[in-house]
Design a protein around this ligand. Structure first.
Ligand code: DC
Length: 234
């Protein structure tokens, strides 16, 4: 198959494994990877840092349009800069998780980030991961995946990730915060978290990362065969 000009979307809740899967898949297929969660986190971080949380309407849109983000890679080695400041570690705290989910409710934030994400997608082949990649940002994407897992499994994964980063957290606390964030992400009016009707949904609770990646690659190869059936959700 050719890798030119196609978009793979990977959506799902926190801890579903989407960032790790996106990173491995991008490495294997030689594609760029867009972590849109990191964009929401960077916005939450800078609004908080610069005490601009009360900005709204045109003023907020202007402020956001002038923000410069650089996101390199995905996963543990990811580097994120906003306005030239490196925030790779700062944006991964529980506080920023909470603030990112809160700022993602704002229409101004979604509007400006959507423009930036679509512009990145128009440059060529990409793996885009987030909450609304397959439903809102790239509805035309040829390959759509939605990863999910039980709350217990997702909370444990996030707990292990934060602990590995050296953060002192408690499993029950991580689980409780995740539940609140899930609800907020799913119930918001604008671009809520749900699988696109043409996405392939994978429950990763009992799968290794390699199994998920294999399963996605299998699906992509099947779809790329000229004679295959339509790409349907299962
Ligand atoms: O994927 P993540 O945990 O880094 O995302 C942080 C928050 O950003 C998430 O709780 C909701 C928001 N988000 C969003 O609304 N839309 C996206 N495409 C990606 C993230």
């Amino acid at each position: 198959m050719t890798h030119q000009n196609f978009i793979i979307t990977i959506d799902g809740p926190a801890g579903s494994g989407k960032s790790t899967v996106a990173r491995l898949l991008a490495g294997q297929l030689g594609l760029d990877c867009l972590d849109t969660g990191a964009m929401y986190r960077a916005v939450a971080w800078i609004l908080h840092k610069q005490k601009k949380e009360n900005l709204s309407g045109e003023a907020l849109i202007r402020y956001l349009k002038n923000l410069e983000f650089v996101i390199e890679g995905n996963g543990p080695g990811q580097k994120v800069w906003v306005q030239g400041m490196e925030v790779s570690q700062e944006i991964r705290t529980s506080e920023i998780s909470r603030l990112a989910s809160a700022v993602s409710l704002k229409p101004e934030v979604r509007l400006v980030l959507a423009e930036k994400q679509k512009a990145l997608g128009s440059r060529g082949a990409l793996i885009a991961e987030g909450r609304d990649m397959g439903t809102v940002i790239f509805p035309q994407a040829e390959f759509k995946f939605f990863l999910n897992a039980s709350l217990d499994v997702r909370a444990r994964r996030r707990y292990e990730e934060l602990t590995e980063r050296g953060q002192k957290v408690y499993l029950e606390e991580v689980k409780r915060e995740m539940e609140i964030r899930d609800r907020q992400d799913q119930e918001r009016t604008l671009s809520p978290l749900y699988p696109a009707p043409d996405a392939w949904v994978i429950d990763t609770s009992h799968l290794s990362i390699e199994e998920v990646v294999q399963s996605i690659r299998f699906r992509i190869n099947e779809k790329a065969k000229p004679s295959t059936d339509d790409f349907q959700s299962v």
